[in-house]
Design a protein around this ligand. Structure first.
Ligand code: BES
Ligand code: MN
Ligand code: ZN
Length: 509
């Protein structure tokens, strides 16, 4: 069997094991030890005490000599034979600890055992969660080398917070889901056909309800958008549907763009624009990873995931600019640019979420427009929403998870740019109107298929893939969206549980 097929059959997530993280009451022997430093009004302070091997060191003088400030991620080596590091944690807020964890894991990557002495820090669940994300997500790697570089770092011991085992387990669950998502995004498109991605979704979501529609079933049911985009490729499209019911009353449907490679189709991209396009399924990977995390955490929510999967290729069977396709549900679209393919596959899935699944909330995640990172850069996703309450919830989840987003407007005056003389819609804004705002017209196109249901769209074209390592992000697929959506759903589970209790109390009173 060729290696790619073998790998697909035996997919393990993440492909390269992460260091093991454990809690302990005391420092383990023979480990690199890190002790936090914090920023304070009086300057930098040591939060805790140095291990015995370094007890003779004058810390204050050392910090002064190094011009240390204690900012998040600052590292100062203590000049003793045993390896001892001072790790700046700023204010010890979750965001600071995520950064600090990432910096420490990178610094200690060639050591085998690492211990972080947290006994001098007040550390709650969210703080530990963020710290663990930083430590492990920065340790992630992906390789297709014959002999992948092995990471030395095997164990990380967090000394002190022994009462937070449940929070540690929850953080590890989220981290594993993020790394699985990164693996999917990082897999080269030669391996990653639509059928491969559908099978990988089944592997990742083992134990959950997963169904896959193939091209014949898609045709029979009228998924014209997914079929139109996929028809140029020798590797036919798929629609993956997966669900988890933890008992919530709100049925949340998460929709992901799953273009396994985006050449642009006959509206072919130039080579530089095509280079990273194996990541054009980052939205689908994120919603699949989120479902894994949500199910493993056992959240009290009801979630269905739809991954609209196709390869956008030019060929003799490809759709042509000017073709008209019929989306799921019956609306026709004039395809004027085959490179605006994401909205076509998403529209089918969103219409299905509305008409068949009767979703209470729809959130789609997509590497949709090159204009989005032009506006917001590489760390923020664009958030578009028809519902202020939903938008507010997602903004709050961004804050908690450290996955940033910024709300964008659905400009009503731009809607006319999508009118077509021959079809119900056109797939790109009419250039003659010179409206610009390509990310906005793309979102307005999607809104047409939501049936007026509460809906949010996350354009993750910027943060889905990173050009290099920074903080908890590693070069390549970032897994953006998993932490954000999991935090949102965890909060949704908490608040709807609270509402239920309140209603019950009121009724019995
Ligand atoms: N997958 C791209 C968007 C993209 C570009 C994501 C760069 C990440 C980095 C999408 O399918 C696309 O090609 N969009 C076009 C739309 C245009 C033809 C209206 C774009 O943004 O140029
Ligand atoms: Mn495209
Ligand atoms: Zn695309």
């Amino acid at each position: 069997m060729p290696p790619a097929r073998r790998r697909a059959a035996a997919a393990r997530f993440p492909e390269i094991a992460l260091p093991a993280v454990g809690l302990a009451a005391d420092l383990p022997a023979a480990a690199v030890v890190a002790v936090p430093t914090r920023t304070a009004d009086s300057g930098v302070v040591l939060a805790g005490s140095l291990p015995a091997a370094a007890s003779a060191v004058d810390v204050e003088a050392l910090l002064e000599r190094e011009s240390a400030k204690g900012g998040a991620g600052e590292l100062v080596a203590v000049p003793v034979e045993a390896r001892v590091l001072l790790l700046g944690v700023g204010d010890a807020a979750p965001g600071d600890l995520r950064k600090a964890g990432a910096a420490l894991a990178r610094r200690a990557k060639d050591d085998v055992d690492l211990a972080l002495d947290l006994r001098g820090l007040p550390l709650d669940g969210p703080a530990l969660h963020a710290l663990v994300e930083g430590l492990l997500l920065a340790s992630y790697s992906f390789s297709r080398k014959a002999e992948p570089k092995v990471r030395a770092l095997q164990t990380i011991t967090l000394v002190g917070p022994v009462g937070l085992q449940r929070e540690l387990d929850a953080a590890l669950t989220v981290v594993r889901a993020v790394c699985a998502t990164r693996d999917l995004v990082n897999t080269p498109s030669g391996e990653k056909s639509p059928a491969w991605l559908a099978a990988a979704a089944g592997d990742l979501l083992k134990g959950l309800d997963v169904t896959v529609l193939d091209e014949k079933q898609l045709a029979a049911k009228g998924f014209g958008g997914i079929l139109g985009v996929g028809q140029g490729s020798s590797r036919p499209p798929r629609l993956v549907q997966a669900s988890y019911d933890g008992g919530g009353r709100t049925h949340v449907v998460l929709v992901g763009k799953g273009i396994t490679f985006d050449t642009g189709g006959l509206s072919l991209k130039p080579n530089p624009g095509m280079l990273d396009m194996k990541m054009d399924m980052g939205g689908a990977a994120a919603v699949l990873g989120t479902l894994r995390a949500v199910a493993d955490l056992g959240l009290e929510v009801k979630v269905t995931v739809l991954a609209a999967v196709a390869e956008n290729m030019p060929s003799g069977t490809a759709q042509r600019p000017g073709d008209v396709l019929v989306q799921y549900g019956g609306r026709s679209v004039e395809v004027l640019n085959t490179d605006a393919e994401g909205r076509l596959v998403l529209a089918d899935a969103i219409a299905y979420a509305d008409r068949d699944l009767k979703a209470d909330v729809i959130v789609d995640v997509a590497t949709l427009t090159g204009a989005m990172p032009v506006a917001l850069g590489k760390r923020h996703a664009g958030l578009f929403s028809s519902d202020d309450a939903l938008a507010g919830q997602l903004e709050a989840a961004a804050e908690v998870s450290g996955e940033a987003l910024w709300r964008m407007p659905l400009v009503e005056d731009y809607r006319v740019a999508l009118d077509s003389p021959v079809a119900d819609l056109r797939n790109i804004g009419q250039p003659k109107l010179k409206l610009q705002g390509g990310s906005i017209t793309a979102a307005l196109f999607l809104r047409e298929f939501t049936g007026g249901r509460p809906w949010a769209h996350l354009d993750i074209a910027g943060p889905a893939m990173a050009a290099g390592d920074s903080d908890e992000v590693t070069k390549g697929g970032t897994g953006y969206g998993v932490r954000l959506l999991t935090a949102w759903l965890a909060e949704l589970a908490r608040t709807s549980a609270r509402t239920t209790t309140r209603t019950r109390t009121r009724r019995s009173a």
